[in-house]
Design a protein around this ligand. Structure first.
Ligand code: PMP
Length: 445
């Protein structure tokens, strides 16, 4: 990063930009502004070096400022800035689809590109509905998500999502949606490493929904193998397998939302591999470009893809897509990113580092107000008891203290601190991350 990057003008008036998912009024009184980033650190506009405990937002798995990715984007922008993705194509899109599907479990051979995790979730839900229709089962229109799930902010993803605050401002969303209960139960699985031992039986609730509505009305079930945005809730041992058995038995599609678990976070290219479960579709985003360009996508099983490929040869097979599907700059970033993951064996690195990471984070269990710690892959949720101002206030205070006072960036979900650093983190840096987190926890006690 050059000094030039830091020579930014900060506008006196911050009011025009309505920031997403942000306490705008609080932020604008004490802004947290970022000017640059390299490897494991951000540089703030006042020149401080802040440890990135969040891989940006679960996306910069290879760390920041990767020159190979920047160079690939620059080269691509020079050669071809844009080409229409409908009825035309660019070679890089086909290459990236091949590369992503090579990383995916056998059978997930096709990739539909979009620009975000939200678009990937909505694409998956729409494809599920369309698939059943062309398969002569148009009565399958119900969609099943889960409480405490996050599938982005499109209408579909919000509807199958299970975060009350994300839903309640927006009316009825989609009809015909049900939710399985969240697998999280602190009494039965507190301080769990990896897959909690309790909770697989909660998948059987799907049988209840099938009995209630009839299998012939249900199109798909969508779940995150590890719910990240609601506080790091890994799937219990056996839970995803059970969901697969029940969906298969009833002809219901199973969609894994791997927007944060994809590309190494749980020590594998996709969590489906870790759990040994083959879903019908996998959504991805974030890590596919290391966060350097917006991109999302959907891996689709060949059985579903092939069902669409049977009509007249000149007919469009799916009436869905985005102007920026497989955007040239995103494809270039994606290919350069996958090269880095492969060359540096980052997924394997994450797998090997997981026990050390888990042990280091578990050392926080005696810190004040820590009521639970959950770890899986290179991810940890440290749940604090709420303070007297109500749920979420202690977490928010910790976020601010971390950034302003301890040079640490982390994510929060209510009062849970989420540590999800880049997969390049060294063992020393894990120590530093945990030390800083301990200081923050004490500061907000
Ligand atoms: N699904 C999951 C599991 C996510 O964690 C996220 C974002 N954190 C999304 C979907 C939405 O992705 P985006 O913000 O790129 O739309």
């Amino acid at each position: 990063m050059s000094d030039k990057n830091l020579a930014l003008n900060i506008p006196n008036d911050l009011s025009a930009f309505w920031m997403p998912f942000t306490a705008n009024r609080a932020f604008k009184k004490a802004p947290r502004l970022i000017a640059g980033a390299k490897d494991m650190h951000y540089i703030t506009t006042d020149g401080r070096k802040v440890l990135d405990g969040a891989a940006g937002m679960w996306c910069c798995n290879a760390g920041h400022g990767r020159t190979e990715i920047a160079a690939a984007i620059t080269r691509q922008a020079d050669a071809l800035d844009f080409a229409p993705p409908f009825q035309f194509g660019i070679p890089q899109a086909f290459e990236l689809a091949n590369r992503v599907s090579e990383l995916a479990p056998e059978g997930l051979d096709h990739v539909f590109f979009c620009n975000s995790g939200s678009e990937a979730a909505d694409t998956a839900l729409k494809l599920a509905l369309a698939y059943h229709r062309i398969a002569g089962q148009g009565s399958r229109i119900r969609l099943i998500g889960r409480e405490r799930a996050y599938h982005g902010v499109g209408f579909g993803g919000t509807a199958v999502g299970g975060i009350v605050s994300n839903r309640k401002m927006f009316g009825s969303l989609l009809t015909g949606v049900d939710h399985l209960q969240s697998t999280y139960n602190r009494e039965k699985q507190a301080f769990s490493k990896g897959e909690p031992q309790w909770g697989a039986e909660l998948a059987d609730e799907l049988e209840r929904l099938v009995a209630l509505h009839g299998a012939e009305t249900i199109a798909a079930v969508i779940v995150e193998p590890m719910a990240g945005s609601t506080g790091v809730l890994p799937a219990p041992k056996g839970y995803l397998k059970r969901l697969r058995e029940i969906t298969q038995k009833h002809g219901i599609l199973l969609i894994f939302d791997e927007v944060i678990t994809g590309f190494g976070r749980l020590g594998h290219a996709f969590a489906a591999e870790r759990y040994g479960v083959l879903p019908d579709m996998i959504t991805f985003a974030k890590g596919v470009t290391n966060g350097a360009a917006p991109m999302g996508g959907l891996l689709v099983h060949k059985a579903i893809h092939d069902a669409f490929m049977t009509g007249p040869a000149n007919a469009v097979e799916i009436f869905h897509g985005y102007t920026y599907s497989a955007h040239p700059l995103a494809c270039a970033a994606g290919l350069a990113t996958l090269d880095i993951y492969r060359a540096e064996e980052l997924f394997e690195r994450a797998r090997n580092l997981e026990p050390k990471f888990a042990d280091a984070v578990m050392s926080l269990r005696e810190e004040p107000n820590v009521v639970d710690i959950r770890t899986v892959g290179i991810t940890a949720g440290i749940e604090l008891a709420p303070n007297e101002n109500g749920p979420g206030d202690r977490g928010f205070t910790a976020l601010r203290a971390g950034f302003h006072d301890y040079d640490l960036m982390m994510r929060i979900a209510g009062d849970t601190l989420a540590l999800t650093p880049p997969l390049i983190i060294s063992e020393d840096q894990i120590g530093e991350l945990v030390d800083k987190t301990a200081k923050v926890i004490r500061a907000v006690a």
